[in-house]
Design a protein around this ligand. Structure first.
Ligand SMILES: [Zn+2]
Length: 281
């Protein structure tokens, strides 16, 4: 089933005096939303006890829980000790994800740094292969990793690269961040046909199941000629992309993604706008 919800706690949640993630479950359920993404941005720092308490509450209110692995992951790194850090970030995220009772862990694939892009992609594919092997060996076949499309031109993770990453592994899903795709190509998404082209390409490359069940990040994002600059809210009328045509494509194609809204501060209200629009179709 398609799900809508925020990434992280929004301004309204804080304004109403809430401070703890565990309180999000009932709050989001009362708002009529379905999912929540928890970010480990700077590292996985949560005790098993707290994660399980949060997980219980989200289960009670039937709110799907996903996590975002730390931003430091770079599978294209040439340094072996940094590659080991990647494993620490990914597998501590998966461990916590299981304690939360969630199913999906999003990660940023990496950056070439000083290497040529194609060389960096080859390193990344090799390191990804080891990650997926370890994921199996460590007993995480029941959880999904989601490789995200990235917003800066310099980062690995354009649509083709994410398709290449996800192709060979049963438990690797694409996380299509439409704001990122729009920002990295300086406003490429203008309407229905542009969204349709992305979805068609995804279905071509990864098949119907992974397309139907993809993970989605959505926000409007300000960009420069190098790509992503900062996340905006749905109030923005300059940078886009607009959510309405995406909702129409998702509805027409009967897709069932989990959509995490990443608007700056208004992510819960904007997630609700998307859900209400989708339901009106
Ligand atoms: Zn991300």
């Amino acid at each position: 089933m398609i799900k809508f919800g925020p990434s992280g706690s929004c301004e309204l949640f804080a304004m109403q005096g809430y401070t703890r993630t565990v309180q999000e479950a009932k709050w989001l359920a009362d708002m009529g939303l379905d999912c929540f993404e928890y970010s480990f941005g700077r590292g996985v720092r949560i005790t098993e006890k707290t994660a399980r308490e949060i997980g219980e509450e989200f289960k009670k209110y039937n709110i799907e829980f996903s996590v975002h692995a730390p931003y430091f992951i770079n599978l294209a790194t040439l340094e072996e000790d940094k590659a080991n850090n990647n494993h620490e970030y990914i597998f501590s995220s998966l461990k916590a994800l299981r304690e939360f009772g969630g199913k999906r862990c999003v990660f940023h694939p990496g950056s070439p740094l000083k290497a040529a892009r194609e060389d960096a992609m080859n390193v990344l594919m090799k390191r990804l292969d080891l990650v997926m092997q370890l994921k199996h060996d460590l007993g995480y076949d029941d959880l999904w990793l989601c490789a995200e499309t990235m917003g800066k031109k310099s980062q690995l993770g354009d649509l083709d690269e994410v398709i290449r990453m996800c192709k060979n592994y049963d438990t690797l899903l694409p996380c299509i961040d439409f704001g990122h795709l729009n920002a990295r190509d300086c406003g490429i998404i203008k309407g229905y046909d542009d969204y349709k082209m992305i979805i068609d390409k995804l279905a071509d490359g990864l098949g119907d199941f992974k397309t139907k069940n993809m993970h989605v990040h959505f926000s409007k994002i300000q960009y420069t000629d190098k790509g992503e600059l900062r996340h905006l809210t749905f109030e923005d009328e300059k940078y886009g992309p607009d959510y309405e045509p995406l909702m129409r494509v998702i509805s027409d194609y009967k897709l069932e993604p989990y959509i995490a809204c990443e608007s700056a501060g208004t992510q819960t209200l904007d997630a609700l706008k998307m859900k209400n629009y989708y339901k009106s179709l």
